[in-house]
Every structure is written in structure tokens, then in C-alpha cells.
Design a binder for this molecule. Structure first.
Ligand SMILES: Nc1ncnc2c1ncn2[C@@H]1O[C@H](COP(=O)(O)OP(=O)(O)OP(=O)(O)O)[C@@H](O)[C@H]1O
Ligand SMILES: [Mg+2]
Length: 436
């Protein structure tokens, strides 16, 4: 501001001084000419001489002022262009998404990072209402705007924005005041923190899993022996009781409950087990057949239809412990079996992918999973089964097994239509032995 005022003062001082100098020079020159050549002029001629002096001084002054003002203006324009380019350069090269808007959320600036993060181009949002605020975040933004107006900038707050596809993006946001004269604007700088949040969640999950694993291992160890002796005693008592006696069914129920507790303890041990130390190349086909054979009584009881589509993928080998592979398939197939109704269908598809992975897809036409539950499927102890029926550890164990083999697991489900459980495992480099 001071600089600007000073520059303006210099401009006018230079213009006035130089103009006075020009006028003084013209007058001095005319004086010389008059003294040298027109000493004896009459009054009228002298009058014309003075007029010509005035005209010449005015013309020279006008030319000089015109040139001077134009030149200064060109310099000012060049400076303005340069500072505009610098401002845009800074704006565009910022790694954060910068958006400038007013109190009504009308967008005035939108940089290249904002285009990349949110998917809208500058021309699409300029002078329009800010499109990145999810309805649920509007109240929060209003609070932020109030804070900024009262001189408290918002720094590094984690919040959510939406992109042009309507997807939610977790961002870190700073909201700062931006003044232009009396007008207050809001400068929003956001950066994508989806990866950071994913890693943080993974870390929390890992910490949770580690402590749960330790707790599970201890609990399982302490429960195993008493449970086995309880079961034995209850079985003995039942065998000694007349089947017509009312106690008999009570003892049967007790036996069943102790059986469930034992299964829970086994799952806890599975869940807390150490990573496998000796994985070996294992052909997938025989493992699938073994697990289906093991489950066949339950499959028959439900009259379930099993379709195995393996083409030539049965011989594909993955590096894993056979026990673990069997546990993985058992968990997924049991879940599918629980989900289908009588005479439902379960499909097992094995496919080799071009990027050296084996996809194991287990699909069922069962009840599916509600969207509210889908986010919790892999959490330990999450179950929708009634108390005493499910441990909620199946998928958590499956996830651990797949992660140890360097693979990925996901569930895609449509309530009422069925579920696809997809496991992607890296194929073992050792040449596959085709079964005879
Ligand atoms: N194929 C599926 N179809 C529908 N729901 C499923 C399917 N697979 C998993 N689920 C849901 O995920 C929940 C968690 O599964 P998980 O295998 O971890 O535990 P669980 O089956 O409840 O208990 P457990 O495996 O000890 O019997 C289940 O309770 C069920 O609601
Ligand atoms: Mg299960």
C-alpha cells in the first residue's frame, strides 16, 4: 500500500518537474531567438511571437505528457501481468487444492490441484456455488466460516468433501481469511488423506488384532482343559440318564453349548496363531475337493447344489500351508452354506489371472449382507448369528490367512440376491505339477 502511494507520488512529481523544465526551456529558447533576430519587432508581430511560443510549449508539453503517461502505463501493465502470472503460478503449483469463495460459497478461485482432486474444471465451478460440500458437512462449514470471520483460522482439520462422481473424499482442511479491500473471502486449502486414513485404520486394526490375539491365546489356553472335562462329565451324566427323563434334554442342550464353547476356543486359537512358518506350494484343486468332502453331510442336509468351475485351474499352486488353505475355504463355504436356504446353490470358481494370481470366487444365492453390515464383515467377533451360534471370527481368520499369503479378500453382496466372496492369491513360481 505504502509502495503504491510512493510510486504514484514519484510519478506526479517527475511529470510536473519535467513539464516545468520543458516550458522553461521553450521560454528561454524563444527569449534567445527574440533577442537575437527580432529586437525591433512591432507590437502585433511580438504578440504573434508570444502566441507561437505558448502554442509550441503546449504542444511539446502534450507530446511529453502523452509519451510519459503511456510509458508509465505500459510499465505498470507489464508489472501487473508479471505479478498475475506469478500469482497463478503459485496457485497452480500448490500441491494442496485451493479454493477461494465468499460467504455465500460462490467460487472465485479454483486451482489445478482442486481440479485433480474433485474432478470439476475451473470453468465449471467459477462463480457457481461450491459443489464439494456434502450435505452432512454444511453445518460444520458454517461453523468454520464463523470462526474465520472472528479471526480464528481453521488449521489441519480432518473432514469430508465430495468429488464430481459423488464419492466422499477424506481431506485435511485449512480455512483462512483472505481480504480484498473491505471484502472478506475464504481460502480453503485441502489435501487428500484417504491413504493416510487407510493406513491409520490398518494400524489401529493391527494393534487391536495383536492385543486381541494375545488375549485370545491366553483365554483359549485356560478354557481348553476345563471345557474338555466338562464335556466328558456331561456326556457321562447323559449316558447314565434315562432318555425319557426331563434332565436328558437339559444335558443334551448343555453338551451342545459346551461343544459351541470348544468351537469358539478353537477359533480363538486359529485367530491368535503365529504366522505359518513353512508354507509350501499347494495345488488348489485337491484342497477344494477335500473341503467339499468334509462339508458334504451339511451340504446334503440342506440339499445344496454345489457347482465347481475350475477349467484347467485345479493344478495351479499357491504358496501356503495346506491347513490354512483348508481353513480359509472352510470358513467361506460354511458362511455360504449358512446363508443359502434349502436347495440353494453355491458356486466355486477358480481362475488364473494374466498377472499370475489365482482367483477363488465362492458365490451363493443366499440372503446376502445388508449395506450396514458390509463394512464390519472382517472385524473380529462381528456376527449376525444369534448368541451361542457364531463366533464372528471366521472372516477375521480368513483375512489373516490371505494377508499372510500376500493376497486379498473381499465380499460383494446384494441383500436378498447373494454374496460373492473373492480371494486373490499370488500363484507360486514353482512349475505346477499336473495331477495324473
Ligand atoms: N456368504 C455370506 N452371506 C451372507 N452373510 C455372510 C456371508 N458371509 C459372511 N456373512 C456375514 O458375516 C458375518 C461374519 O461372518 P464370520 O464368518 O466372520 O462369522 P460367523 O459366520 O458369524 O461366525 P462363525 O464363522 O464362527 O460361525 C456373519 O455373521 C454373516 O452375517
Ligand atoms: Mg462364519
Amino acid at each position: 500500500m505504502d509502495n503504491c502511494l510512493q510510486e504514484r507520488r514519484w510519478f506526479w512529481t517527475t511529470l510536473v518537474l519535467s513539464s516545468v523544465t520543458i516550458v522553461a526551456l521553450v521560454f528561454a529558447f524563444w527569449e534567445l531567438v527574440e533577442n537575437r533576430f527580432f529586437r525591433d519587432l512591432d507590437y502585433v508581430s511580438l504578440h504573434y511571437l508570444y502566441i507561437s511560443r505558448g502554442v509550441t510549449a503546449s504542444v511539446l508539453l502534450a507530446i511529453w505528457a502523452g509519451w510519459f503517461v503511456t510509458r508509465q502505463r505500459r510499465i505498470a501493465e507489464a508489472q501487473l501481468r508479471k505479478s498475475h502470472e506469478r500469482y497463478r503460478g503459485l496457485l497452480e503449483s500448490s500441491p494442496g487444492a485451493i479454493v477461494l469463495y465468499d460467504r455465500n460459497l460462490c467460487v472465485l478461485e479454483w486451482n489445478a490441484s482442486a481440479e485433480r482432486l474433485y474432478g470439476w474444471s475451473r470453468s465449471q465451478v467459477s462463480n457457481r456455488e461450491l459443489p464439494t460440500i456434502p450435505p452432512a458437512q454444511l453445518t460444520e462449514l458454517r461453523c468454520f466460516l464463523d470462526l474465520v470471520e472472528h479471526g480464528d483460522p481453521v488449521l489441519d482439520s480432518e473432514t469430508v468433501r465430495i468429488n464430481n462422481l459423488g464419492q466422499e473424499i477424506e481431506v485435511q482442511l485449512s480455512l483462512l481469511p483472505f481480504r480484498e479491500g473491505q471484502q472478506l473471502y475464504f481460502l480453503e486449502v485441502t489435501s487428500d488423506i484417504r491413504e493416510r486414513i487407510r493406513l491409520r485404520q490398518r494400524l489401529i486394526e493391527l494393534e487391536k488384532l495383536t492385543s486381541m490375539g494375545q488375549m485370545a491365546a491366553g483365554t483359549a489356553h485356560h478354557l481348553n482343559t476345563p471345557l474338555a472335562s466338562m464335556l466328558l462329565r456331561v456326556q457321562m451324566m447323559r449316558e447314565r440318564t434315562d432318555s425319557q427323563n426331563g434332565f436328558y434334554s437339559d444335558l443334551q442342550r448343555l453338551e451342545h453349548s459346551i461343544g459351541f464353547c470348544q468351537q469358539f476356543v478353537r477359533r480363538l486359537l486359529d485367530f491368535s496363531r503365529r504366522p505359518s512358518s513353512r508354507p509350501a506350494p499347494e495345488s488348489i484343486g485337491p484342497v477344494v475337493q477335500a473341503v467339499l468332502g468334509f462339508l458334504s453331510p451339511s451340504l446334503q442336509a440342506k440339499r445344496a447344489r454345489i457347482v465347481v468351475e475350475q477349467n484347467d485351474s485345479a493344478h495351479i499352486q499357491v504358496l501356503a500351508e495346506r491347513n490354512e488353505l483348508e481353513t480359509l475355504l472352510l470358513i467361506l463355504l460354511s458362511n455360504a452354506l449358512n446363508a443359502i436356504s434349502d436347495e440353494g446353490t453355491i458356486r466355486v470358481r477358480l481362475e488364473n489371472t494374466p498377472d499370475s494370481h489365482l482367483n477363488i470366487v465362492i458365490s451363493d444365492d443366499g440372503c446376502g449382507i445388508s449395506p450396514a453390515h458390509q463394512a464390519h464383515m472382517f472385524e473380529p467377533f462381528f456376527t449376525t448369528k444369534p448368541i451361542g451360534k457364531g463366533t464372528g471370527l471366521g472372516l477375521a481368520i480368513a483375512k489373516n490367512i490371505v494377508a499372510e499369503s500376500g493376497g486379498e479378500i473381499s465380499l460383494v453382496s446384494e441383500p436378498g440376491k447373494g454374496t460373492n466372496a473373492m480371494v486373490r492369491l499370488p500363484v507360486c513360481d514353482t512349475p505346477a505339477a499336473v495331477p495324473q
